[in-house]
Design a protein around this ligand. Structure first.
Ligand code: EPZ
Length: 431
């Protein structure tokens, strides 16, 4: 077990390159199940989730070879269609092998993704969409099972939850439809850039998807797909994590290799908070030299404010000059970071899907526990703000989505170090 030790009181300053997008690369890797030719992905980040997806694909007969940040995936054995619990339960995104498996092989046995600290995360829209294509998916022994004749059949559908559209359900169903007979029309499709990127890769593999980037996707099925080569786009969530880190430490941070147009509402929020924002074709710079202003944030589906930045921005608001209200509309229970921020001296009152954040003059270092990927990033940023030293435990969460975050923050002047967590000696009892 490792921990991160963060010494507070330093400004983040300098340039950092964004890594490839985690939430785009995972479904793009699963797309390799749709062809027996090589799919070559460049700028693939070295993350725990990428390794988990590679392990699942290897179990499904896809050879995954890595050379630096290039990943070559090729399906060599389509006879294996079981994605096991021990892997799927560690990463919800594993579910996006379901659509390609049913589409390409007419059979799948994929473990239901387990619970999550955000609360119940159903997969009803994945099942609804794929079953409308004729997948006949059913739950059997904790597995989602399908055994049907290929090809699937195109269908019209509305995909939507009470929270709006679903990112992975959209991508899963698109990958189920690309080899189906006839036309599929998906209404209320998610518009996240990661969905569009997966669609662009599929189109470069010979798929016929139109309406990419919008709420209505049309997928004209084709008999087969071929291999392709693709360069992953920069991770917008990782980039904004560094930028808000720069703002809250009154620093000056430039992130390169990111598409500013994917972060419009985030950049507006930073400006409202009083940070100076400059942008170029593929870079962003954020500077702040005083206390940030309070703002109200409501998370929404893209292009609204991303839920994956809620925790990091809440951290910044903990030391803003006033009261902010943070409303979580996508995962109403996504507030695991609040209890840990309170340990650092923040003043936050949670009421249902809202948190009322009253800015305090300073935070003070403490031992805190990471609970999920974005909460752990928020705690690292909080440690940079806090007086004294902050110890963050269970940092394996952060390695799921941020490559070598300690080294990259250190390169920006942050005093962050990774070390082994000493074993806690239990007190022997002579019972
Ligand atoms: C994707 O998860 C991202 N993960 C999440 O990022 C992100 O938080 C989320 O989209 C929202 O932007 C990946 O791309 C790998 P959803 P996904 O389906 O697709 C409900 C991170 O930190 N819902 O869009 O699983 C669901 O419970 C991760 O990188 C249903 O009710 O999210 C949620 O309330 C965390 N039924 C809402 O919809 C369904 O069948 C949106 O979830 C599917 C979803």
């Amino acid at each position: 077990m490792e921990r991160l030790m963060v010494q507070g009181g330093t400004r983040l300053e300098g340039r950092v390159a964004a890594g490839g997008s985690k939430n785009a690369v995972l479904p793009c890797m699963a797309a390799a199940l749709l062809t027996d030719e090589p799919v070559v992905l460049h700028r693939v980040p070295d993350l725990r989730d990428v390794r988990t997806m590679a392990q699942i694909l290897e179990r499904l007969g896809v050879r995954c070879e890595r050379d630096g940040s290039t990943l070559t995936l090729q399906c060599t054995d389509p006879s294996r269609s079981e994605a096991p619990y021990d892997l799927v339960s560690t990463m919800r995104a594993s579910i996006c092998v379901l659509g390609p498996l049913v589409a390409a092989r007419g059979e799948a046995r994929v473990s239901m993704p387990g619970g999550c600290v955000f609360g119940v995360r159903p997969v009803d829209q994945h099942l609804k969409g794929l079953n409308l294509l004729g997948a006949e998916l059913r739950v059997d022994g904790g597995y989602l099972v399908s055994q049907v004749r290929r090809p699937l059949k195109g269908a019209d559908m509305f995909l939507g939850t009470r929270f709006g559209s679903s990112v992975l359900a959209t991508t899963n169903v698109v990958m189920g439809a690309v080899l189906a007979r006839g036309l599929t029309c998906i209404e209320n499709a998610a518009m996240e850039p990661e969905v569009s990127e997966a669609c662009r890769l599929l189109n470069s593999m010979g798929a016929h998807i139109s309406g990419v980037g919008g709420h209505k996707l049309l997928v004209e099925g084709v008999p087969r797909l071929h291999g392709a080569e693709h360069v992953m786009s920069g991770d917008r969530i990782e980039a904004a994590t560094f930028l808000v880190g720069g703002a809250m430490t009154r620093g000056d941070v430039t992130v390169t290799g990111v598409d500013p147009t994917q972060l419009t509402v985030v950049l507006e929020t930073l400006s409202e908070m009083g940070a100076a924002v400059d942008r170029g074709q593929d870079w962003l710079r954020v500077r702040a030299d005083g206390p940030l202003r309070p703002v109200d944030i409501t998370t929404m589906a893209y292009p609204g404010f991303p839920t994956d930045l809620q925790a990091q921005f809440m951290t910044a608001l903990c030391v803003a000059d006033g009261i902010s209200v943070v409303t979580e509309r996508i995962f109403p229970d996504r507030f695991m970071h609040v209890a840990e921020l309170l340990r650092l001296g923040a003043d936050i009152r949670k009421e249902g899907p809202q948190a009322i954040v009253k800015g305090v003059p300073r935070l003070s270092g403490a031992i805190v526990m990471a609970s999920d990927l974005r909460a752990s990033a928020a705690l690292v940023l909080a440690g940079l703000l806090a007086e004294g030293e902050t110890e963050i435990r269970r940092v394996y969460h952060i390695d799921r989505g941020y490559e070598r975050i300690d080294e990259r923050l250190a390169a920006l002047g942050g005093r962050v170090r990774r070390e082994a967590q000493p074993k806690v000696e239990s007190t022997p009892l002579d019972w």
